[in-house]
Design a protein around this ligand. Structure first.
Ligand SMILES: C[S@@+](CC[C@H](N)C(=O)[O-])C[C@H]1O[C@@H](n2cnc3c(N)ncnc32)[C@H](O)[C@@H]1O
Length: 495
């Protein structure tokens, strides 16, 4: 499911660079602790867990609404119900074989760009050239403001008031992720949403008071953002962004490992003219059991925490993004940038490092390039331009290899120093029972990041110990031209 924006591109976590700056707790603006009563959607609060499930009456009303539109695929394969994860999920109403259709949600129920255009917001938004997610967020707030008069009222009534996403955490809760990349991404996302809110407030909301009779606060807008972020199916990005009521009740499980999508958009009815969003179960499910899908196998725990408000204990979800950049003060800046660009990279490079996996293949050559200098600088000459990347894939010189180890180890040390707990302390906490969901998320993410940093440090520590035994550019070169044998002996023509 979800991402209204790609925080990796918008908000690169520049936490580890050649000139490392330890991540800091940075709460520029104190966040409002409670949403102002707005008459529109509910905002955030400082509670320690996501909102409870909706009332039975609201759920009944929602079920009626779903089936009156035929969105439950006629056969009633799945029913919305309160589930152990908190909130709602889809429960099998009978034994379901893998691939069975659970939902066929007609287009008229979707909250998407077409729904915005057709609504009374259409005129106001059409002129604004808004980002798709902002337009749909406004539609959510507009429909919430209409209350019972909204065609989506039964759906709006069952939407959670918040999730455990870090965007809804109180300042106190955020202290638990001090030093993490997750904290910096969370603050960056909130700043981004705040700036979008300020412009939409000035350009649309205050200009169309009749559409938004109550006050729309930043927390209302953040709620709408959080709803989209946690509920929009991953591939429905950009102009295709859509909230699909009912289908969006399906929860995630890491036990579902199939990469195959569980949904499709297809034509139905006479000549396939009615567009529906069709959701299928990816595995067999017994009557009464909950139906799950896999939201995204590639998301790290930090991304899961930010987007949905949960984490997984699977170590392949533990990741750290290393940011490396060519310093503008580097005397060889232009040559290095040219070489990086020739090889599909740029001034800054991001490397996602996953626990238990090897380093991304481009990382060592890029690092060697960054640290290239002194007597190795000849490799930067134009003469070598086409061949240099090949040389950088192997150790260049002992000085260069030592420099890359130091740069990375210092950066790891500095990043590790910014966390307020050790891995051991975190693991002890994770072993205790009844951890609050948000604390569980915090501990899992900070432990995971530290493990990855420790793994990176170990790799470069070991390399440092092997520096004397590595083969460097000059030796390879001599071998290439036949002056050194495979065992390192100098070959004399005379002998
Ligand atoms: C697409 S919605 C699913 C419906 C949602 N449970 C509800 O009550 O409306 C995604 C949200 O469901 C919750 N969720 C989904 N899978 C979960 C899981 N495995 N563990 C905990 N929460 C989960 C999270 O709050 C997430 O942001």
């Amino acid at each position: 499911m979800a991402a209204a924006i790609h925080h990796h591109h918008l908000l690169p976590p520049r936490l580890l660079s050649v000139h490392p700056q330890p991540p800091r707790l940075r709460l520029r603006r104190p966040l409002p602790r409670r949403a102002a009563a707005s008459g529109a959607a509910a905002g955030t609060s400082s509670s320690t867990a996501a909102a409870p499930p909706p009332t039975d009456a609201a759920l009944q009303e929602f079920r009626r609404w779903v089936s009156s539109h035929g969105a439950d695929a006629g056969a009633g394969a799945a029913a919305p119900a309160a589930v152990p994860e908190g909130g709602l999920g889809l429960v099998a109403a009978r034994d379901l074989p893998r691939g069975e259709v659970l939902a066929e949600v007609p287009k008229k129920l979707w909250l998407d760009a077409d729904a915005v255009a057709a609504s009374d917001l259409g005129g106001a938004v059409g002129r604004g050239g808004l980002r798709p997610w902002v337009a749909v967020a406004l539609l959510l707030l507009r429909e919430a403001a209409r209350g019972a008069g909204s065609p989506w009222a039964p759906y709006l009534a069952i939407l959670p008031r918040q999730t455990d996403s870090t965007i809804f955490w109180s300042e106190e809760e955020l202290l638990e992720i001090q030093g993490t990349q997750l904290l910096s991404t969370t603050m960056g996302v909130k700043e981004y949403v705040q700036s979008e809110f300020e412009s939409v407030e000035a350009e649309i909301i205050s200009e169309n008071r009749e559409l938004f009779p109550g006050t729309v606060t930043f927390n209302d807008f953040l709620w709408a953002f959080g709803i989209l972020r946690s509920r929009v199916f991953a591939e429905l990005r950009g102009d295709k962004l859509a909230l699909i009521p009912f289908a969006d009740l399906v929860n995630h499980s890491d036990d579902i490992t199939s990469k195959e999508s569980s949904w499709e958009i297809k034509g139905k009815g006479l000549f396939g003219r009615d567009v529906v969003f069709s959701l299928r179960t990816p595995v067999n499910v017994k009557s009464g059991e909950q139906i799950y899908i896999q939201y995204d196998l590639d998301k790290s725990n930090a991304e899961l925490a930010l987007d949905y408000g949960f984490t997984e204990s699977n170590s392949s979800r533990d990741a750290y993004t290393l940011t490396l950049e060519i310093s503008e003060s580097d005397p060889f800046y232009d040559d290095k940038l040219d070489i990086a660009e020739l090889n599909g990279m740029g001034e800054t490079a991001y490397f996602d490092i996953v626990l238990g996996e090897s380093l991304p293949p481009q990382m060592l050559p890029y690092l060697r390039l960054l640290c290239l200098g002194g007597t190795d600088a000849f490799l930067l000459e134009a003469l070598f331009r086409n061949a240099v990347w090949g040389h950088l894939e192997l150790p260049v010189s002992q000085d260069n290899e030592e420099a890359i180890c130091q740069v990375i180890r210092n950066a790891c040390k500095s990043a590790l120093g910014a966390y307020h707990t050790t891995i051991e302390e975190d693991e002890e906490l994770l072993g205790s029972e009844n951890l609050q969901p948000r604390l569980q998320i915090a501990v899992e993410v900070r432990a995971g990041e530290k493990k990855v940093l420790q793994q990176i440090d170990d790799i470069f520590k070991q390399r440092e110990e092997e520096l004397d035994g590595l083969e460097y550019y000059q030796e390879r070169r001599l071998k290439d031209i036949g002056l050194v044998g495979d065992n390192g002996e100098i070959i004399f023509w005379e002998s």
